[in-house]
Design a protein around this ligand. Structure first.
Ligand SMILES: NC(=O)c1ccc[n+]([C@@H]2O[C@H](COP(=O)([O-])OP(=O)(O)OC[C@H]3O[C@@H](n4cnc5c(N)ncnc54)[C@H](O)[C@@H]3O)[C@@H](O)[C@H]2O)c1
Ligand SMILES: O=C[C@H](O)CS(=O)(=O)O
Length: 483
């Protein structure tokens, strides 16, 4: 891996301001999903190291919360600046371990930094209230305080942004935080820790440890010192963590699975809808929680949209994300490829019609042909399961009522998209969709300024926006008497 600053590539965890190995020396290998080549070994830690990180966070908390929001913001601003100054190295590290094209990695680094910048400012705007007292001799005051020691568990698909979307508000609110990144993509997390240390984040305030996910997670959930857990990942794991947190009543943020409907109405700008569908479906080779997972196209434009969409899909360039002009990197691992194959086989077995792609790419490893299947029905697995890969199933529908019912027929409720130029239809459909986020005439909705999150079994809480810091604060009512 060619870096301008090779010191950004660390093979150790960061606990209490020190770079360290696992207690017993155990390690796990990290590979480049595009080549299968090993990138290095990282520590395989467990509960004991997690306890140390939590204790260090607790020890660091008083001094961190005592700093003014402005002092914390200055350190966060420095961290943001260092991330942007080292963006190219961070992007190379990300593409090497996750596989996404370099252009997408650069975009993610900018996106990741934006949460640090945003919450540096949000922290300075955390205010309380004085409320009209019902008593002449007492005053009613409400203050907002940091919730305490936080823990975070993050996924492999956005190895930097899913971390800063948690660490940014935590630190801005005055909370220390211990992060466990995905075992498949640890290097981006370690590099963020290198830059946080350089920015002046005090020891113990931000720790990063890799290893036995179940053991680390169980310690984070059971340890009473941890007052809040923030998780981004699958709904299945979210359920486990929610159950494990119950005995200690932790504050929970859950950013979970999705199954986004993408609806094209007959009054849509079809070229714009194709552009939006490509952006939403094939970003990160379909490995994002807000990817279009089900494409519903109204009868009158179905064939025209399918033709335009397939032509655009065929222009996607599959290859190693470190090479120029690549727009589709590999899937993260073999089981991800197998899931796409299973969804394709199931759809074709139930009457689906393959329009393009359909099999592993000739490049091997995790590479897969961008695929489109027509004549898809609700009897197929793609109708109810998150594919998390470059497969676009095209469903046909007739009426607005029908497609809203189909779109909502899932336990998920993260993102939804639709294209229409009828203002009445736009408002009726946007309000009827059971999701936390709706893209109207756009396939890209993610930004630090908006509340990101889902309803139903796509999660709890919101990340980003001025709402995102709420999850790291608690409210205190002070009744000021004796006046
Ligand atoms: N809503 C969002 O913002 C969002 C963002 C990205 C990914 N996701 C979802 O995440 C899933 C894909 O990511 P993934 O495969 O990494 O998810 P995953 O749930 O398998 O893993 C996520 C993280 O949880 C850890 N983990 C796994 N089992 C655990 C356990 N028993 N205890 C503690 N930690 C455990 C993993 O090591 C990883 O760090 C998809 O469902 C996707 O929709 C959601
Ligand atoms: O996987 C979903 C993440 O939240 C990525 S993004 O926020 O949509 O870019």
């Amino acid at each position: 891996m060619k870096l301008n600053d090779p010191s950004l590539l660390r093979h150790q965890c960061f606990i209490d301001g020190a770079w360290c190995d696992a207690d017993g020396g155990a390690t796990v290998e990290v590979r480049n999903p595009a080549t299968g080549q090993p990138l290095g070994q990282v520590p395989h830690m467990g509960a004991a190291e997690t306890r140390r990180a939590i204790d260090a966070a607790n020890a660091a908390w008083p001094a961190w919360r005592k700093k003014s929001a402005k002092e914390r913001a200055a350190i966060l601003r420095k961290w943001n600046d260092l991330i942007l100054q080292n963006a190219e190295d961070l992007a190379v590290i990300m593409t090497s371990e996750q596989g996404k094209p370099l252009a997408e990695s650069r975009g993610e680094i900018t996106y990741a930094a934006s949460f640090i910048e945003w919450f540096a400012e949000e922290g300075k705007r955390v205010a309380g209230d004085t409320l009209p007292s019902p008593w002449p001799d007492r005053r009613v005051v409400v203050t907002r305080e940091p919730v305490g020691v936080c823990a975070a568990i993050t996924p492999w698909n956005f190895p930097a942004a899913m971390i800063t979307r948690k660490v940014g508000p935590a630190l801005a609110a005055g909370c220390p935080i211990v992060v466990k990144p995905a075992e498949l993509t640890p290097y981006s997390a370690f590099a963020l820790a290198v830059l946080a240390e350089r920015a002046g984040v005090p020891r113990g305030v931000f720790s990063v440890l890799t290893g036995d996910a179940q053991a680390i997670g169980a310690e984070m959930c059971a340890n009473p010192t941890v007052r809040k857990l923030s998780f981004t990942g699958s709904t299945a794991v979210g359920r486990i963590l929610m159950q494990q947190c119950a005995p200690t009543i932790k504050k929970l943020s859950l950013e979970l699975g999705g199954n986004a409907p993408f609806i094209v109405f007959d009054d849509a700008d079809l070229d714009a809808a194709v552009d939006g569908a490509i952006a939403s479906k094939y970003r990160n080779s379909g490995q994002t929680c807000v990817c279009a997972n089900r494409l519903y196209v109204q009868d009158g434009v179905y064939d025209a949209f399918a033709e335009k969409f397939v032509a655009a899909v065929r222009k996607l360039q599959v290859g190693n994300g470190l090479e120029a002009n690549i727009t589709q990197g590999p899937l993260i691992e073999e089981k991800a490829v197998k899931k796409v194959e299973e969804h394709i086989a199931d759809a074709l077995a139930h009457g689906g019609r393959l329009l393009t792609g359909g099999k592993r790419h000739m490049l091997g490893h995790g590479f897969f042909e961008p695929t489109v299947i027509a004549d898809v029905s609700t009897s197929m697995r793609v109708a109810s399961e998150e594919t998390f890969g470059p497969l676009a199933p095209l469903f046909r529908f007739k009426t607005d009522e029908e497609v809203v019912q189909l779109a909502n027929a899932t336990e998920f409720g993260l993102a939804a998209y639709f294209y229409s130029r009828d203002i009445g239809r736009v408002w009726r459909v946007a309000e009827a969709l059971e999701t936390g986020m709706v893209g109207v005439n756009t396939g890209l909705i993610s930004t630090e300024v908006a509340p990101f999150g889902g309803v139903k079994q796509s999660g709890l809480g919101r990340e980003g926006s001025s709402y995102g810091i709420e999850d790291y604060l608690v409210m205190k009512y002070i009744c000021m008497g004796g006046l």
